[in-house]
Design a protein around this ligand. Structure first.
Ligand code: FES
Length: 131
């Protein structure tokens, strides 16, 4: 079970909580993500792929857990990102790959009222089949 502080998918209007104690980093705007559907950013040395699907933003470690291809070069479709390497399909919300029962690490995301997107780069989340 994932608590609210660890949610990785955020609709607009969820600004970083000042008391969250994290190190939220501004990475994009909803406007640009809505237009391009994905973006690669580097935060604190971490390559992070941002995705926009179904009106929400999510963030994953860009390097595929299978053979290290860049997920930001993948295709976003049906709520999943399809890796350009071997077509593993990761849920953009959770990072979970149903077919392989493995999880791509993801990051908490917040979007403020002005549509600015923030990620918390030090909180990688990798779920298991029990989550
Ligand atoms: S490198 Fe991503 S599925 Fe193989």
């Amino acid at each position: 079970m994932v608590d609210d502080a660890a949610r990785v998918r955020a609709p607009e209007g969820e600004a970083p909580a000042p008391s969250s104690g994290g190190s939220w980093v501004e990475v994009a705007t909803v406007k640009e993500l809505a237009r391009h559907k994905k973006k690669l950013v580097e935060v604190a040395g971490e390559p992070i792929a941002l995705f926009y699907a179904d009106g929400a933003v999510s963030a994953m470690y860009d390097v595929c857990i299978h053979k290290e291809r860049s997920l930001s070069k993948g295709i976003v479709m049906g709520g999943k990102v399809i890796c350009p390497g071997h077509q593993w399909m990761f849920d953009v919300d959770t990072g979970w790959c149903e077919e392989e029962e493995r999880c791509q690490p993801s990051y908490p995301v917040r979007v403020d009222d002005d549509g600015v997107v923030y990620v918390e780069p030090r909180q990688r989340i990798a779920r298991t089949a029990d989550d």
